[in-house]
Design a protein around this ligand. Structure first.
Ligand SMILES: [Zn+2]
Length: 383
């Protein structure tokens, strides 16, 4: 029987170029999609650039241009790299699209109607010079515990203490070097706890998630009350303004996964298909997400919770993979092992890397190692 399958790979962030670590996922997913197509299944592969959030604004300011300009350049670069590595998306969209905004509004209205949204004032550091609230990683200062200088806003790299950026002695904004002020602002939260019963049932159903992922969720999240999810950011923020909450924007992790739907919609419109045949609750479609292990809880807690509440199709499978190491170590700029896709292509064709990753990928979450000697011998021996 012919299956109808919608496949997604995680949306690359528009703040950086594609590197060989990213490529593990895109190559894995592309191979899986080609296999389904060869078997005669109807398989559609969508992706998009993830474009919103503070990091894009900061980069745009530093480069003296608009956010739209930055994301347009990065999109072109991403598409160039993916094409060169023969990743065959059926649609490559953007989270900053009219389709995505419309889908976000639709999902949000259902979440609000279900009574899952609460509003609370929270205190956050504000950069008076840059005129913006600061995410944790945009504050640095002296560790309140061990006194180490120039530590990040959320945890100390010397003594491993965790804290909030307001606890730092001598905090500084990394944007302007100004001393940030503590200011209060309204944030909207989604009460995930109301969905814990559903999420437990969904995530623990055999065959849906890899067993180690299901165990991780049960052991680390679902055994306890789920914390409210802070889903809005006050202006200025590069993203979509929330209807009915002027001056407040959806946090990038709200509109990023909805980008899967926005991208599917673009494909549907181009091909005379109906979106409902792919994403409505009872659509005769399988949805498969491929992601890295660093974004598991976004895709296995927040995302199914959003879809369930919005009355949309739930993922049939979330396929989680490990990270890429090079020579047994984390990729490192100083060691020259942090290779961009475009750098690889200046020296070697894409095929050998595709083959090497394919030969080493498995169903688990283990990291995949690119060992230079093994790479050479495997390519020379097998190919
Ligand atoms: Zn410390």
């Amino acid at each position: 029987m012919t299956r109808q399958i919608l496949v997604t790979a995680a949306l690359p962030y528009a703040n950086g170029h594609i590197h060989i670590g990213h490529l593990v996922e895109y190559i894995q997913t592309d191979i899986w999609v080609r296999f389904q197509k060869l078997r005669g299944n109807r398989c559609v592969f969508v992706c998009a650039d993830d474009t919103h959030g503070t990091a894009i604004t900061i980069r745009a300011r530093r480069e003296g241009r608009s956010e739209e300009d930055v994301i347009a350049d990065m999109r072109a670069a991403h598409i160039r790299d993916f094409d060169a590595f023969q990743i065959e998306f059926d649609n490559y969209g953007s989270t900053n699209s009219a389709e995505n905004q419309a889908q976000c509004r639709q999902v949000w209205s259902q979440i609000e109607a279900a009574g899952l949204v609460v509003s609370r004032d929270i205190e956050q550091l504000f950069d008076p010079q840059a005129g913006t609230f600061l995410a944790d990683r945009f504050v640095r200062g002296t560790c309140p515990k061990c006194g180490a200088a120039d530590q990040p806003g959320d945890n100390c790299s010397v003594c491993s203490a965790t804290y909030s950026p307001a606890d730092l002695t001598d905090p500084k904004s990394v944007l302007s070097e100004a001393t940030p002020e503590l200011r209060s602002a309204k944030h909207l939260f989604i009460e995930l706890e109301q969905l814990r019963g559903f999420l437990t049932e969904w995530s623990q159903e055999p065959g849906r998630l890899q067993p180690e992922v299901a165990r991780y969720l049960k052991g680390n999240f679902l055994g306890d009350e789920l914390r409210d999810w802070d889903i809005s950011r006050p202006a200025p923020y590069f993203g979509f303004e929330i209807p009915g909450h002027t001056g407040h924007y959806w946090y990038v992790w709200f509109d990023a996964p909805i980008g899967y739907i926005g991208s599917t919609q673009q494909w549907c419109e181009r091909n005379g298909e109906s979106l409902g045949d792919w994403w409505s609750q009872d659509a005769d479609t399988e949805i498969h997400h491929f992601i890295g292990k660093d974004i598991v809880y976004f895709h296995t807690l927040f995302w199914p919770g959003m879809l369930k509440t919005a009355g949309l199709k739930l993922p049939d499978k979330v396929h989680v993979h490990g990270f890429l190491t090079v020579g047994g170590e984390k990729m490192s700029k100083s060691k020259g092992t942090f290779l961009m896709a475009s750098t690889w292509l200046r020296h070697l064709p894409p095929g050998p890397l595709r083959y090497y990753y394919a030969s080493k990928l498995g169903p688990g979450l283990d990291d995949l190692d690119l060992n230079p000697e093994e790479f050479v011998s495997r390519v020379n021996t097998d190919l």
